[in-house]
Design a protein around this ligand. Structure first.
Ligand SMILES: [Zn+2]
Length: 150
């Protein structure tokens, strides 16, 4: 089995046939989006196992929406930072195949990255579990009670 040696990033980058970036909360902190895992972060207030599962949503949608509202507010009107931009430039230069991200803030796309796989989806769309309706979410959707399917 081959290992990826993080201490020789440039060497490995040159040798690799394809390079994919895996990103998480850290890349967006400089854009003003707090890491929810930090002390005092959202996950210390809302236990994700209690709020973030589909079962939890079915059992108590209002409670889950409380978290989504809190989660939504800091994500609007944020701009990509130099790290997002650099990854987008690497992709445009043909040096990066794509990005796999845990983030839901769409800042990679805002920076110009084209192939972005979002493990947790994104926070700017809402989907109806009954009929499959899929639509854009606006800031106002997160400032009141859970929106109803049109
Ligand atoms: Zn519906």
């Amino acid at each position: 089995m081959h290992h990826v040696y993080a201490h020789h990033p440039a060497k490995n980058f040159r040798r690799a046939k394809q390079v994919v970036a895996l990103t998480g909360a850290g890349i967006s902190v400089a854009s003003g989006i707090p890491d929810f895992r930090n002390p005092g972060g959202l996950w210390s207030v809302y236990n994700p196992n209690e709020y973030c599962t589909l079962d939890a949503f079915h059992a108590n949608p209002k409670k889950t929406w409380e978290l989504f509202s809190a989660l939504g507010a800091p994500l609007f009107d944020k701009k990509p930072n130099i790290a997002h931009q650099t990854l987008a430039e690497l992709e445009m230069a043909g040096l990066l195949s794509g990005i796999v991200t845990q983030n839901i803030d769409c800042l990679h796309q805002a920076a110009g990255s084209r192939l972005v796989l979002e493990i947790h989806g994104d926070h700017f769309h809402l989907q109806c579990l009954e009929c499959g309706y899929f639509g854009e979410a606006k800031r106002a959707d997160f400032q009141g009670p859970m929106p109803r399917c049109p």
